[in-house]
Design a protein. Structure first.
Length: 152
């Protein structure tokens, strides 16, 4: 069973998620301790394929207070650990179709390793967002009426 540390709720609102993949993340020792305390923010973070690597940008991991001089920059680029075939696939899809790589959540797996759920996404248009909001409101109204009928 995995334990979620952070989720990127903004990604679910702003993007259509086409495919997800689990990847490892290269961290320094003090960053792992900060993750265990839940001090991470995925807001505005994204990944890019550079050469034969996938790099995660704008992920803020707060410095661990007891680490003193061993702390690293909170928003430094971090390498994601993927198989070469996955990297090639992501590179071709991102470069040709104009898609984006966005982290959806960070968690510790059963082995205790920090993992990132990375998604291949397409940006939503304004009308897509409005349609989702309308659908949510309609579902809420239906649930309310069904609940009120059961009480009568």
């Amino acid at each position: 069973m995995s334990r979620d540390i952070a989720t990127n709720k903004q990604a679910f609102r702003d993007y259509i998620i086409l495919e997800t993949v689990e990847s490892g993340i290269e961290l320094k020792g003090s960053e792992v301790k900060s993750l265990r305390e839940g001090k991470i923010s995925l807001r505005d973070s994204f990944a890019r394929v550079e050469g034969s690597e996938v790099i995660l940008y704008n992920t803020h991991i707060s410095p661990y207070e007891q680490a003193s001089y061993l702390n690293v920059e909170p928003t430094r680029p971090r390498r994601l650990l993927l198989h070469r075939s996955q990297i090639k696939k992501f590179y071709s899809e991102v470069s040709q179709k104009g898609l984006t790589l966005v982290p959806l959540r960070v968690y510790f797996n059963t082995g205790g390793f920090a993992k990132v759920e990375l998604a291949l996404c397409k940006g939503k248009n304004l009308y897509d967002k409005r349609r989702d909001i309308k659908r949510r409101e309609i579902d809420m109204k239906i649930r309310r009426t069904l609940r009120s009928r059961g009480k009568g």
